[in-house]
Write a protein that binds this ligand. Structure first.
Ligand code: HEM
Length: 117
């Protein structure tokens, strides 16, 4: 499986994560969730997670999706918006729609651990 390479490898994933965090910071409905977040940790954990699910040479060392998000009372529309922000980041980084969908599909099974409302 070559998704990791198709995303541009380590540098590509890092650029996608940077853009994604920027997208989040500009979204007035989503940013408030992150106002107490250690952004450098978030950046590292997202890089690890995207690298791992795209079959790159990384291990995710963060907390479980359930433990991280359960207390946030995230609803479906907030979840969908965050997916859209990730898509925007990938579009900005020149990732094809087909490859975008491959990454999204691998994150989709985490949905029930994240939505709690
Ligand atoms: C595909 C959906 C999502 C994935 C794959 C995902 C993944 C992650 C990961 C890997 C972390 C870092 C965990 C750690 O630090 O150990 C994280 C943290 C976080 N996520 Fe998500 N997330 C998703 C959706 C959302 C949504 C929809 C929201 C809010 C609307 C959200 C809010 C947060 C916040 C606020 C943090 C930081 C927690 C803290 O400050 O400790 N996430 N997420």
């Amino acid at each position: 499986d070559t998704l990791y390479d198709d995303l541009g490898g380590q540098q590509g994933v890092a650029n996608i994560v940077d853009d994604y965090i920027t997208e989040i910071s500009f979204d007035k409905n989503i940013y408030p969730f992150f106002k107490n977040t250690d952004i450098e940790r978030l950046r590292t954990k997202l890089q690890e997670q995207f690298c791992m699910v795209s079959n790159g040479p990384c291990e995710y060392t963060g907390d479980t999706m359930e433990a991280v998000h359960a207390g946030m009372q995230i609803d479906k529309s907030q979840f969908n918006r965050v997916v859209e922000l990730l898509q925007n980041a990938m579009t900005s980084q020149g990732v094809s729609y087909a490859d975008q969908n491959r990454l999204i599909q691998r994150l989709a099974p985490m949905r029930p651990a994240i939505i709690h409302r």
